[in-house]
Design a protein around this ligand. Structure first.
Ligand code: SF4
Length: 337
């Protein structure tokens, strides 16, 4: 089911635009579709709409359900979410009111350090299923920020992700800069995002300044150089006023050297940018190691000394299979306990 299907169904039930807006808002706030406005709906909703709402409510609830909740010690919680066809994806409740949602089941980019990438793309997630992850999170707690950084490359499911972003902004009371679109650098994202009514903030998975290494680590990411990627991202940052949130998974002995720091500084200095270093969340058999805390801090401080905003972050819920796709892999028995 897509968002457009929900709208068409409401119209088929004789909903007027004002009804449609009210019902979509109720859904996005995780309320019963006619709960808050029941008295109004008795007077104003057409009979066909009143009769059709319970079935629609049931269908929306069937889009996604929480299979398990895994609270982390950092205030986050990983949710294993089951979609209507039995496929599972991960959503993460982030500390301070954010949620990270998945946009695909699996992912075609195949990043070497990512469990999701190892399965390849299994299917797209519909626009309604993306929104349903936010609704599920709101059934648990307040959500005022949505980052599209869970399983999948949002640019590979662009129409559905952009439809979800628009609905979350217009009917979900989420500010544009609190919607964070993430990409490995797909040109379609740079083409489409500036054209949208709703312009989300942008996160770019950079991971290295070395084009050849990047091609190895992200084997099916677009073949543009890190410098070209930063240039395109910077244009979007200047157009929107939101800094680009660069993501860098730190892999010991791979992309945590002084050479990377020396190339990063001129690349980001003076740009509307912030760097998030995320030490790799060790997975048995991955072939990658987590760098020491000291080394991660050295890199962070080196950028800061040059006036670049840099943060050292842990993958949320690190203590509960925090890397993307690890929870799902364990649920499917693809990763040892
Ligand atoms: Fe896909 Fe992101 Fe995993 Fe790379 S890190 S394989 S883009 S889900």
């Amino acid at each position: 089911m897509q968002i457009q299907d929900i709208r068409q169904r409401l119209r088929a039930l004789a909903a007027r635009p004002v009804h449609e807006d009210r019902i979509l808002r109720a859904w996005l706030q995780a309320r019963a579709l006619d709960q808050r406005t029941r008295r109004q709906s008795e007077h104003y909703y057409p009979l066909s709409l009143r009769k059709g709402l319970p079935a629609l409510q049931a269908d929306l609830e069937a889009l996604a359900r929480i299979r398990s909740v895994h609270p982390g010690s950092d205030g986050s919680a990983r949710l294993l979410v089951e979609l209507a066809d039995g496929q599972t994806v991960e959503s993460v409740l982030l500390p301070r009111g954010g949620i990270c949602v998945s946009t695909q089941v699996g992912c075609a980019v195949g990043c070497q350090f990512c469990m999701t990438g190892q399965s390849g793309l299994l299917r797209q997630i519909s626009s309604a299923e993306i929104v349903a992850q936010v609704v599920l999170a709101r059934s648990l707690r307040k959500v005022d920020k949505v980052v599209f950084m869970g399983m999948g490359e949002p640019s590979h499911n662009l129409d559905n992700v952009l439809d979800a972003i628009e609905l979350l902004a217009t009917h979900g009371a989420i500010g544009h800069k609190n919607l964070v679109f993430s990409t490995v650098g797909d040109p379609r994202a740079f083409e489409r995002l500036p054209q949208g009514q709703v312009k989300p903030a942008l996160a770019v998975s950079l991971h290295t300044t070395d084009a050849a290494l990047r091609a190895r680590l992200l084997p099916r990411a677009p073949r543009i150089t890190p410098a070209e990627l930063v240039e395109q991202a910077e244009s979007y940052a200047q157009a929107t006023g939101y800094p680009i949130q660069y993501q860098w998974t730190l892999l010991a002995g791979i992309n945590d050297g002084d050479d990377e720091v020396e190339r990063l500084i001129p690349l980001l200095k003076g740009k509307k940018a912030m760097m998030n270093f995320i030490p790799f969340n060790s997975v048995e058999g991955s072939g990658f190691q987590r760098p020491s805390e000291e080394r991660a801090w050295e890199m962070t401080q080196a950028l800061r000394r040059h006036g670049i905003i840099a943060c050292l972050r842990d993958s949320a819920g690190q203590d509960v299979d925090g890397g993307c796709g690890q929870l799902r892999a364990r649920a499917l028995g693809q990763q040892p306990d």
